[in-house]
Design a binder for this molecule. Sequence first.
Ligand code: ADP
Length: 549
Amino acid sequence: MLGLMQDQPLLISSLIEFAERHHGDAEIVSRRVEGDLHRTTWSGIAARSRKVANALDEDKLLQSDRVATLAWNGYRHLELYYGVSGSGRVIHTINPRLHPDQIAWIANHAEDQILCFDLSFLPLVQAVHARCTTIRRWVALCDADKLPADSGVPNLVSYEAWIAPQSDEYDWPDMDENSASGMCYTSGTTGNPKAALYSHRSTVLHAYAAALPDVMCLTARDSVLPVVPMFHVNAWGIPYSAALVGCKLVFPGPGLDGKSVFELIENEKVTFAAGVPTVWQMMLGHMDANALRFSTLNRTVIGGSACPPAMINAFQQKFGVNVLHAWGMTEMSPLGTLCTLKNKHLAMPADKQTAIRMKQGRAIFGVDMKIVGEDGKDLPWDGKTYGDLLVRGPWVVKEYFKGEGGDPLVRDAQGRGWFPTGDVATIDEDGFLQITDRSKDVIKSGGEWISSIDIENIAVAHPAIAMAACIGVAHPKWDERPVVAVVKKPGAEVTRDELLAFYTGKTAKWQIPDDVIFVEAIPIGATGKILKTRLREQLHDYKLPTSAA
Ligand code: ADP
């Protein structure tokens, strides 16, 4: 017997309709590429996203055709999110920090029809347009009078001129909730990038989940700043969850330096912000240097790479901001776990609570996870045993776009498919996940594993260290030994021996790095994460000190 409830598909268009009807006057503030601040509302976004949908119809885009973006976080990008997906097309957010060759490859692989870009990416578009064979229209996200003459880009139109003649009335189509709605290519540190293809259903379910109290706890009373880019797994789903709760949204545009982000937080009374650790590092540095304090920010979600305990402590203790450490990946839309305490933890002493907050957190309802050994068998949840982390759920990929890479799933005894995350982790008795490392970054020393994340976290807890990256270097006896590359804070001093001594008592003796390499900068990839592959290349000729042999 089937239930007798209404069979209404979960569609992205319902999010924007809801936001317009119930929270139409909530503000959307954007710092634009032009440098000024732009203000609109959920009603404004809804009306203009319908114009986008009409423009796509006039351009004769078919259902499921891809519309790409190379854009910062801003209101026009948000209008595209809703206009493109709502009308049944697929929004393909491209990471502009990728190499131009990779961008051209991705646009062709996705068979993008239209590409919308912020003017700051015009040089990039000029470099790649001739190689993008499927794109028939280029849209510059600007006013008509800002469109550069003689750009050399064919079929170029300004966004405002493109949507101006269109009606702001549009009947969002009914469709199967499993229809594709968005796509995002993984960073592709090895081989060609592969695309996760999200559906309306997966996106709406993820939006519900992300807003839950033990996840981002988003409400209509919040002013939310996604510093995490909309080209980086849909800004962790915030543009969708924000419509679902009707909060104010604040978009930083291209201004991601510490000063700009801090000023935006203060001026727009931001209560909740989200970003990767590298962005927060810049902001905390700026605040320290200028003795600044927040007046409204009360929580921030930090993820994408391990958040160093020193940063969690700085936010918490110095600035009174609650840090929610999160873990996820492109293939998971991206949220998997988020760290909030349980009732039984509330009576614990502060240091024990802090130790829990350092972990990546508990699974969100909708994400099943487990750790397995080399034999594929489940490992215990004891907080010590580490293994390969597998996940499944309605917002986890089952395969990549165009079947690239074959069937990625691992089947269990019941035939259910689990996605191997490529991460090595422990899970404790209470279900708190802790990422040990990416499986390709973990250091294998004398048959034991050393977590490069642990080694980095200790280094950045030293007052003189701004950034650290630990890699394994081949060793004749131990297989691999850890060395740590560090960037000093401006004006700060620390010697190799002082830093090595700092490890004493903070980790097992055999896990202490064999050497410290002082570098000017550590290579950062397109999503703000440390590029260990590049660092290994840079340190290709590096030799361990002989005393370590
Ligand atoms: P995203 O685009 O969301 O950053 P990617 O697919 O580029 O996702 O990378 C996902 C990987 O990033 C994870 O598999 C994991 O290795 C790493 N990662 C994400 N969040 C964390 C975290 N909080 N701590 C440690 N590693 C993390």
